[in-house]
Design a binder for this molecule. Structure first.
Ligand code: AQP
Length: 331
């Protein structure tokens, strides 16, 4: 069986180093191990909460440029915009008719994002995981690299695929999540008990991929630390564990090496060095990004080509699902 990798990011808010370390970096590291790699810009997911139309269009191109700047090669991988392929919405409806209100009500992301206003949020937000299942299942994806927060949604995708296959006969490939332990959950700089998030109330929660060296310095300086003075990770030190994790991922040094280098030194010195490490890591990505984002036509062409390339896979799976359940008269 062909190994097919599929994943995506919403074109909403500022893409941050949590999205990068938890998802995009893995895509780059894994791309060569798969026969097919497909990376989607999930704009239909983004509109499950209000978006400004002009800003949304701008963000779609920004995410495309960022994928490529981070190392996704559009010649080897297909990059496309979710709403360009109508099969995603159509398969969502079919899966909706096999999904249960009970299982969707248990999704942690829905509970977190709807908060106390579950009656007032959009049906789209509630249905978000079914759309994600359609994204994954349309391409026969075998592996889905994501951060820890999306694990429950991939599990639901597996359940929906298995349920459909059991009822109508083998149709969908049941995918596996790929979650890298060390970067599964990068935590907020202002609150290390919650994940770093684009929709966080304060920009001091995250380092955006496009933050300037100055802003990175300021954000790291203000990052919450633990009680005590030691540069050490551990279950009683959530803030330092998070900062050391980021340091380790971006410097290539092990956590124990960093701990020993900073033994006897203070938070101030550590934070200064951490900001330098992040700035140096992001610099080549930011330079590549600036060139790419100035060529709007080039980006649109890459996205159109990606959509064209994967269209036959999506159309075939959708047609098969429709015919299995007796929809339409086409054979
Ligand atoms: N803090 C994180 N640590 C590790 N991985 C993360 N991801 C998100 N936050 C972290 C992973 O990034 C990918 C794309 O995420 P998304 O655009 O689908 O949005 P999300 O999962 O809802 O994450 P955000 O950044 O918190 O966005 P908002 O605030 O808009 O909801 C996914 O693979 C995700 O796991």
């Amino acid at each position: 069986m062909n190994k097919i990798i599929f994943s995506g990011v919403q074109p909403s808010g500022n893409i941050h180093i949590g999205n990068y370390l938890g998802a995009i970096k893995q895509w780059v590291d894994l791309s060569n191990d798969f026969e097919e790699s497909i990376y989607c810009i999930v704009d239909l997911h983004a509109i499950t909460v209000p978006q400004d139309p002009k800003e949304l269009r701008k963000k779609i191109l920004e995410v495309a440029a960022l994928y490529i700047a981070c190392g996704i090669d559009p010649k080897k991988s297909s990059i496309f915009v979710q709403s360009d392929r109508p099969e995603h919405s159509e398969l969502t409806w079919i899966l909706n008719c096999n999904a249960r209100i009970g299982e969707l009500s248990r999704m942690t992301q829905f509970k977190d994002k709807s908060g106390k206003d579950q009656e007032g949020v959009s049906i789209g937000l509630f249905d978000y995981p079914v759309l994600m299942a359609a994204d994954i299942l349309l391409y026969g994806s075998t592996h889905v690299p994501v951060g820890e927060d999306q694990k429950q949604h991939v599990e639901l995708t597996r359940d929906l695929a298995q349920r459909f296959n059991a009822k109508y006969g083998q149709t969908f490939t049941v995918p596996e999540p790929i979650i890298k332990k060390e970067t599964a959950r990068i935590m907020g700089l202002d609150d290390p008990t919650k994940k770093m998030s684009k929709s966080a109330a304060s920009p001091f929660n995250y380092i955006a991929m496009n933050d300037s060296p100055d802003i990175i310095g300021q954000k790291i300086k203000r990052a919450v630390t633990d009680s005590g003075t030691d540069i050490k990770s551990g279950s009683d030190k959530p803030a330092m564990t998070n900062l050391l994790n980021i340091y380790s991922e971006m410097s290539g040094q092990s956590i124990s090496q960093i701990e020993s280098d900073f033994s006897g030194k203070g938070y101030g010195e550590f934070k200064e060095k951490l900001a330098e490490v992040i700035v140096a890591y992001l610099r080549p990505i930011q330079e590549k990004y600036s060139k790419l984002i100035s060529d709007e036509e080039g980006l649109i062409e890459i996205l159109s080509e990606g959509s064209r390339r994967i269209a036959p896979m999506a159309q075939k799976t959708l047609q098969e699902a429709k015919s299995k359940i007796g929809l339409g008269v086409k054979r």
